[in-house]
Design a protein around this ligand. Sequence first.
Ligand code: NAP
Length: 293
Amino acid sequence: MTPHLDGSTQLAGLIGWPLTHTLSPAMHNAAYEAMGLNWVYMPLAVRDGATLTRAIAGIRAFPFVGFNVTMPYKRLVLNMCDEVATQAQLAGSVNTVHLRDGKMIGYNTDGRGLLEALTSDAGFDPAGREIVILGAGGGAAAALVALALGHAKRIAVLNRSEDRANALIERVRERLRGVELIALPLDPRAEDRVRAADLVLNATPVGMSVEDPSPIPVTWLRSGQVVADMVYGAQPTSLVRAARDAGAVALDGLGMLVCQGAMSIDIWHGEADMRAPRDVMRAAALAALGEGV
Ligand code: NAP
């Protein structure tokens, strides 16, 4: 539905490149309408770093409540913010910026969005649990920080390049002392660690193409586990299918996407008693997926 636009309309949007398949405009605009907000959310495709600087200057000049950030600018935007929330500093990236009193305040809602989706869709609480994260990039870092702050007992980061897993853990170890952190290569040496995990989280892009195999051998999965894929699409990923076949509880990344977006709105709106409607946003995202967005 076309939003009503007038001289009081406030702006929000998503900065990234490319933005061909984003579900965020559908999800956000549906939420604003349901909440009665005179806001509009736009895709803001930014081709390169030089354009990013000019785009941010433009955003500061217009009535933006805030904006989201996706690949490849989450770290660059962190460095352009006036203030950065602790969780975003630890994650090393910003996916949500609030424009407040002329300042850009950076947040990371990816990790907290993941936690909310795990709780609401799988009844999973990380406290005291063993967790395996596949991947060591921005999504993995945000998840690691949120799961550690959620009092996980042990988190193993399994990555194709072990050096990057080590670097991630060394960067946060001093600030996250309550959790045991382990780096491992994503190869057969990790099998026992995956089998022992209460939660297996895919934070690699493997699964984005329907032909992609599972990022780990499916025989490593077992019933009683929660398996969460950050990847989402019109079809379940190979990992999600294999986890269901193994009797595990499996979630794709749509719940995380919805919750991280809803938390952005909650930050921009600031009224604790008027939370963004997760159900409306999920329905809008699913409808956009069905239309092949
Ligand atoms: P990123 O920073 O580029 O990191 C990608 C990670 O995946 C790296 O650790 C990389 O390993 C690993 N990787 C890439 N290709 C691989 C392959 N073929 N086999 C094994 N490992 C591979 O990306 P990101 O921002 O963390 O995003 C990761 C995925 O999560 C993307 O699909 C993204 O769309 C998704 N995501 C979803 C949400 C959501 O709301 N659902 C939020 C954030 C991210 P190396 O270090 O060895 O290169």
